[in-house]
Write a new protein. Structure first.
Length: 193
């Protein structure tokens, strides 16, 4: 309420002074108008003085609030910078640990690879020995089969040869004697049982 009165008074004074000075300025066109200059100066002082009086507390409050916001923002940024710096340091430590872990994993993989290589070589040697045994056994069986087949073939050839030779030399009388002799031998064998 008090502020409204002050504003109305200031506006009234401004309107009145500009009306008075405007009339006086028309009368004296060719000389320096001291009264107009003083009126304008008074108007400016009253206007800016009134504005400063009316806006001083709100401007101080606004500037204080803005200063507080800037300080809060600066503090928040400093905290964020500190947090980011800590995070960066943690990341650097993790990277160092990761390099160590990678080196350890590489060493473990090399050891595991060597162990696996030894195991595979051992299995390979065992499998090679087993294959050699199987191959030798198979070769032996094939040789034995081949020898048996060869013996059977030789026996067949010998029998065929003797059949032919006997057939050429055997006459019916000799043939009858051989049959009788075989029958006698079979009879003796049956009697013994």
């Amino acid at each position: 309420m008090k502020k409204r009165r002050i504003v109305l008074i200031i506006l009234f004074l401004i309107v009145m002074s500009s009306g008075l000075f405007a009339q006086h300025a028309e009368a004296a066109e060719h000389h320096f108008d001291w009264l107009g200059f003083i009126g304008k100066t008074f108007n400016a002082v009253v206007l800016f003085g009134g504005l400063i009086y009316l806006l001083r507390k709100p401007m101080i409050a606004v500037l204080s609030q803005k200063t507080l916001e800037i300080n809060t923002d600066m503090n928040r940024r400093e905290e964020k910078l500190a947090s980011t710096t800590r995070s960066l340091e943690e990341i650097k430590l993790r990277l160092e640990k990761i390099e160590e872990e990678v080196a350890a994993m590489k060493l473990a993989a090399e050891k595991s690879g060597l162990t696996e290589k030894s195991r595979i070589e051992s299995l390979g040697d065992t499998e090679a020995s087993r294959i050699l045994e199987i191959t030798e056994t198979e070769i032996t069986h094939k040789m034995e089969n081949a020898v048996r087949n060869l013996k059977a073939r030789i026996a067949d050839m010998t029998i065929d040869h003797f059949k032919k030779e006997i057939g050429d030399r055997l006459d019916p009388q000799t043939h009858e004697k051989i049959i009788e002799k075989n029958i006698d031998i079979c009879g003796d064998i049956i009697e013994r049982k």
